[in-house]
Design a binder for this molecule. Structure first.
Ligand SMILES: [Zn+2]
Length: 225
């Protein structure tokens, strides 16, 4: 192994100077092109926006240090990508089905304090993920949630029940999200898979909604804000 080859190889002072010029130019180009996308800033990226950022990034990288790569080619490619981006966003504004195809649609994950079954079954989002999302918003159990939507940018939108409408629901915090082993008749239990609330007679009773057999003690605490 030759450390000189790994670190220096055939780099000359002249080429080092060229690299700095290339980097400054490419960096300015990225800035200009990102401004041209018309976005104000970035919080969460949709898949489509991520694709644009990735392509711009990889187009910008190579010309920074590749001797025989003229910047005009990078400029050309970036222009085409931006034109495609603008064209696609324009089409998405015009035609809703096209937008759904490119960006996806928002999905109901929680409705009336229960998880929407076909969404969790199709693996759109894992239990852990949306439990964490709801916990971060200070939600203690599903009985507080009227609707939970997964937006196309990966964000989670939540509507809560009014305090007096809060019902029994599945706990979301680990200490309360525990499988019950002994059933008491006067206590409400929540299915640990789908959030369905019921009075049960034995700890491994099958959930009438999702056929799961694990239950946790349901909670009906109101939200404290
Ligand atoms: Zn269930």
């Amino acid at each position: 192994m030759d450390w000189a080859t790994i670190f220096i190889h055939d780099t000359t002072w002249t080429f080092a100077a060229e690299i700095s010029i290339r980097v400054v130019l490419m960096f300015s180009m990225i800035m200009i092109f990102l401004r041209l996308t018309g976005k104000r800033g970035i919080r969460q990226l949709s898949i489509f926006e991520l694709a644009i950022i990735l392509s711009l990034g990889s187009i910008a990288g190579d010309p920074m240090f590749t001797e025989d790569l003229p910047l005009i080619q990078a400029l050309l490619i970036m222009s085409i990508v931006i034109i495609l981006y603008r064209l696609t966003t324009w089409l998405m504004m015009k035609y809703q089905p096209f937008e759904d195809l490119i960006e996806g649609t928002s999905l109901y994950i929680v409705e009336d304090g229960m998880l929407v079954l076909d969404k969790i079954k199709r693996g759109k989002m894992s239990h852990d993920e949306f439990f964490a999302e709801m916990r971060q918003q200070g939600i203690e159990h599903l009985g507080q949630v009227r609707a939970g939507l997964l937006e196309t940018d990966g964000e989670f939108s939540i509507l809560l029940f009014k305090p007096e409408e809060v019902r029994y629901g599945l706990p979301l915090f680990p200490k309360q999200y525990q499988q019950t082993t002994q059933v008491k008749p006067e206590i409400c239990y929540a299915c640990m898979y789908c959030g369905y609330v019921a009075y049960i007679s034995k700890p491994d009773q099958q959930c009438s909604r999702c056929k799961c057999c694990r239950w946790a003690k349901a909670m009906n605490e109101q939200m404290l804000r």
